[in-house]
Design a protein around this ligand. Structure first.
Ligand code: SAM
Ligand code: SF4
Length: 266
């Protein structure tokens, strides 16, 4: 499907939960997060129905994100359901890696093709501080398990403050080079002020070539990360929600006062 600006939209990013086992400083406050009640979260059957309706409209690439997707119960089953939809060519996931060691093999078996693991620094203490309690050894173990499971490519998402030649970013880049991983640098963004930047090694932030729609865990179809607009798949039906999101997809992102990274998926 093409949007008003002739961009081909074939990529749907699905946030499966707004919950997370970390509290990264740039993403979530330490305490007092208002989570979406479980009753409002789309079931796996509903997510599959969204994918089934989206594929005939031109979606063939799916990313599962969160919150942290691996904290949602039976996530492997969701991958299996999505992989069973004819026409889905590519299934990816973005994870913080804390539980990847355990899940990499079953996810690959269920049909996951590739994975992005978030890692902003190589310094264990700094990692624990940025994520408010994360254990960097789990990330490395998760990446190793992903490699063994045949997930490919393995990309590393590294959030940078200003430039991709910051010391932490350079260390992550060196680790990726040594280990055959693809580094993606993402400028730290602020949805509420509309500050966003081009991602090195990825397609995010490049509005002219944007190919994506987003589905939140409570079933809102969104045209853009930096937009307040959203359309309920439950109330409107999937097809209508997609058509409306497509029809208002902005030429360029502005601000999103409505969402935070942990509930839209980054
Ligand atoms: N929990 C998973 C993870 O951390 O990979 C998936 C969800 S997370 C919201 C997706 C991506 O968004 C991560 O790579 C994370 O680093 C990035 N992210 C979160 N907050 C951000 C911010 N303020 N600016 C830029 N990227 C951000
Ligand atoms: Fe959780 Fe990912 Fe946000 Fe960190 S970036 S708090 S891991 S959702």
């Amino acid at each position: 499907m093409l949007d008003r600006f002739n961009r081909k939209i074939n990529y749907l990013r699905i946030s499966v939960t707004d919950r997370c086992n970390l509290r990264c400083r740039y993403c979530m406050p330490e305490e007092g997060v208002q989570f979406i009640p479980h009753s409002q979260i789309l079931s796996y059957e509903e997510i599959k129905e969204v994918v089934e309706a989206a594929v005939p409209l031109g979606i063939d690439k799916i990313r599962i994100t969160g919150g942290e997707p691996l904290v949602r119960k039976d996530i492997v089953e969701l991958v299996r359901l999505i992989a069973s939809v004819p026409g889905v060519k590519d299934i990816a996931m973005t994870t913080n890696g804390m539980l990847l060691h355990e899940f990499a093999a079953p996810l690959a078996k269920a049909g996951l093709h590739r994975i992005n693991v978030s890692l902003d620094t190589m310094d264990p203490e700094k990692f624990a501080s940025v994520t408010r309690g994360g254990d960097i050894r789990r990330v490395f173990a998760g990446i190793e398990a992903a490699r063994k499971a045949g997930l490919s490519p393995i990309k590393v998402n590294c959030v940078i403050k200003t430039a991709s030649d910051e010391p932490d970013a350079l260390a992550v880049k060196a680790y990726c080079l040594e280990n055959g991983l693809q580094a993606r640098f993402i400028k730290q963004m602020d949805l509420h002020t509309g500050e966003f930047g081009i991602v090195d090694g990825g397609s995010g932030g490049d509005c002219r070539n944007c190919n994506r729609l987003r589905l939140t865990s409570n079933g809102m179809m969104k045209p853009c990360l930096f937009s307040d607009m959203e359309f309920s798949v439950r109330e409107l039906g999937v097809r209508k929600a997609i058509e409306l999101a497509l029809s208002v997809k902005p030429e360029k992102g502005t601000v999103n006062l409505h969402n935070c990274f942990h509930n839209i998926g980054g």
